[in-house]
Design a protein around this ligand. Sequence first.
Ligand SMILES: Nc1ncnc2c1ncn2[C@@H]1O[C@H](COP(=O)(O)OP(=O)(O)OP(=O)(O)O)[C@@H](O)[C@H]1O
Length: 319
Amino acid sequence: MSTNAPDLAELERRAAERGPVYGEGAHIVCDNLVRIYKTDGIEVVALQGLDLLVDAGELVAIVGASGSGKSTLLNILSGLDVPTAGVARVAGSDLLTMAARERLRFRREQVGFIWQQTSRNLLPYLTAEQNVELPMRFAGRSRRERATRAAELLGMLGVGDCAGRRPQELSGGQQQRIAIAVAVANEPHVVLADEPTGELDTATATEVFAALRRVNEELGTTAVVVTHDAQVTERVDRTIGIRDGRTSSEVRRRSADDGTRTAEEYAVLDRVGRVQLPKAFTQALDMRDRVRLNLETDHVGVWPDRKTGRKADREESDD
Ligand SMILES: Nc1ncnc2c1ncn2[C@@H]1O[C@H](COP(=O)(O)OP(=O)(O)OP(=O)(O)O)[C@@H](O)[C@H]1O
């Protein structure tokens, strides 16, 4: 062995010198997250190295084409599904290494989930109030505490008058607002919603999204919403685009002092320096296989490779 090899103390010193760990301080951390489904010997890579950071108290929307991996991501973050590889952490809980008992507790107490299908969120034979109390019963809360919190949440979400009614006696919008109350009953760190307004008309969808926003603002619950609803994406500050199982783009919206909203689109730069160019850009310039890069003082230029770009071929044959 070379006498120059670093000893243990030196290796520890070097490790301590490295910068902060990726996602340190973030509430939700996905680092190179992979989920492969195996059915009948066929492998489907639903997530292929997805990176995502969400801060505590944020409300973010996730968008993407059908099959891009949105539901897979939410199922992992909610503890329903286990990733194949990578890192997934929610409020400090490691979703890869969690034991079964911890996972059950995580699902009951740390996250709340709202499904698109109103019928999936509530038990049909219980009243709205009983539905909200149920997760608190599982968490061992007293009868009085359960009743007080259920009444507070239903009132806050504008469905206090529905407390004694069963789901079939309620509209879709009322059911979804009660589902939000159920999801946050145990004061979870995070609420996850998969197309919560997907089955609703525009006016009702607005009310349901307003209820979700209220929970985010007033209770401080971090919220991640998968949606196709432009109304939702226009109202959140951050919309994350997923393409082929990876985070590909991000739109940040800000409100100016006069109330107007401005949107800026970003591409995601991952830790190893990869950027996914939007399909519209690569198609417009016929970029494929490889591109030429140029470092300028304040930006990086990306050009189609003259040899592979079909337009370039045509231009060359025209010369
Ligand atoms: N349980 C499963 N077994 C096998 N393949 C699956 C399973 N769940 C999802 N997939 C596959 O993983 C990929 C991602 O699916 P996912 O449901 O996460 O996409 P999505 O973006 O939520 O789509 P949609 O908007 O249609 O709901 C798809 O190719 C899908 O067919």
